[in-house]
Design a protein around this ligand. Structure first.
Ligand SMILES: Cc1ncc(COP(=O)(O)O)c(C=O)c1O
Length: 406
């Protein structure tokens, strides 16, 4: 028997570290060595590990109702969660569709946008637009919508959708060029596109690449001229990663569809939501089954996951958590000033990143940090920190110091 791990070259990778316990910002291995989880375990454990209150909410829900199929049935934790999220989202986003993880939240969004036009009898819209370098998950549709230039998925390219990639702007000058290219494409093919999908303000898996909200507003406005739907993939950016509840809070133009997952349950259970507008929802209403949305997963809106998410949001709302988030944002900025011999220093909310010369150097930093009890996971030559919001000032300072010494 052998366990096959994700995104791992099994031939050359060292043995996986066996983790036996988590507590707050820490993980403990089978030798009782303690690590600070500076990537919030693939960005999901925003409140740290083994939070007692979330664990208790899960236990309580599990004793009451562990699961019920969501077609034809509903339940209190699911309804409570949507009601809560509705308070934070742009008011136009009011129709909530559950799924299981980030990739499926994206699949739902892509299918929703496509079927929306089909339902309206518009059959020519079979293309998607993306922002070059974006990552939206590993399922066929999510990979396909991200386009052919993906550094993760190009091996599957023959299955991908027809897409147009907006050039990623590294400067305001770049923005003008990107926008002009987009306009040119739209003139020819705008009426053939059903949706644009972007990670708003920061592309996580591209190495925490940040871009300006003004640019996102401009492209949103431009594609809207052609009736194209706008999807914000907030799977990574949601729940205060960028400093505000959602990245969309920093944008003037609001999307037609938003995807949420990762931090939603504080890292306890995989659930996801795709949320949309009345205009889109209404196009699926009909006396015939044909127009209904053709999507659903066995574990859709799992009540235990929903109970965990409600509790996670309650904790996020507390003054203490909000204060911690603010302190992390502020101290990240101070940390960047202390760093030398690195390039492209950037921070957005609770995310901080910089580039080193090569991916080999980044890997060396990772190994050295690991020895010091700090878990990081650079992407290529980009080194980044995404701590859980419960991290102490002392631990954060320890991590910064070790980084600066490098
Ligand atoms: C922006 C974004 N969308 C979608 C996904 C896919 O989420 P999951 O890994 O939960 O399927 C990720 C994962 O990293 C992501 O960063």
């Amino acid at each position: 028997m052998k366990i096959w791990h994700p995104f791992t070259q099994e031939k050359t990778a060292s043995l996986p570290v066996k983790i036996v316990k988590g507590k707050g910002a820490y993980l403990f291995d089978s030798n009782e060595k303690k690590y600070i989880d500076m990537v919030s375990s693939w960005w999901v454990n925003i409140l740290g590990h083994s939070n007692k209150e979330i664990a208790e909410a899960i236990y309580k829900q599990a004793k009451t109702l562990e699961h019920v199929m969501f077609a034809g049935f509903s339940h209190e934790p699911g309804e409570r969660l949507c009601q809560k999220l509705y308070e934070y989202l742009p008011s136009s986003l009011e129709y909530f569709f559950f799924s299981d993880d980030g990739s499926t939240a994206v699949e739902v969004a892509l299918k929703m946008a496509y079927q929306y036009f089909k339902n309206l009898g518009k059959n020519d819209r079979n293309m998607y637009i993306n922002l070059e370098g974006g990552y939206h998950g590993d399922t066929m549709g999510a990979m396909g919508a991200a386009g052919n230039n993906s550094k993760y998925h190009s091996i599957f390219a023959e299955f991908f959708f027809k897409t147009f990639s907006i050039d990623f702007p590294n400067s305001e000058k770049d923005e003008i060029v990107s926008l002009e290219k987009l306009k040119k494409f739209l003139k020819n093919f705008g009426e053939n596109v059903c949706a644009i999908i972007v990670e708003p303000l920061v592309q996580g898996a591209a190495g925490m690449r940040t871009y300006r909200s003004e640019f996102l507003d401009l492209i949103t406005k431009e594609v809207r001229k052609y009736g194209i739907l706008v999807i914000f993939d907030e799977v990574m950016t949601g729940f205060y990663r960028t400093g505000s509840m959602f990245a969309v809070d920093k944008c003037v133009e609001k999307p037609d569809i938003i995807c949420l997952s990762k931090g939603i349950t504080g890292g306890f259970l995989p659930i996801a939501l795709t949320i949309t507008t009345e205009k889109i929802y209404e196009s699926f209403l009909s006396n015939s089954w044909e127009k209904s949305f053709k999507h659903g997963h066995s574990y859709t809106a799992n009540p235990i996951g929903c109970a965990a998410a409600c509790k996670a949001i309650e904790i996020l709302e507390r003054r203490k958590t909000q204060q911690n988030i603010k302190e992390i944002c502020d101290s990240h900025n101070e940390f960047l000033k202390r760093l030398s011999n690195v390039s492209n220093k950037r921070s957005l909310g609770t995310i901080v990143a910089f580039d080193v010369e090569t991916s080999q150097i980044a890997e060396k930093i990772k190994v050295s940090m690991f020895k010091k009890g700090i878990i990081i996971r650079p992407i290529g030559a980009s080194v980044y920190l995404i701590p859980p919001y419960c991290i102490s000032k002392t631990d954060l300072e320890y991590v910064y110091q070790e980084m600066v010494l490098h």
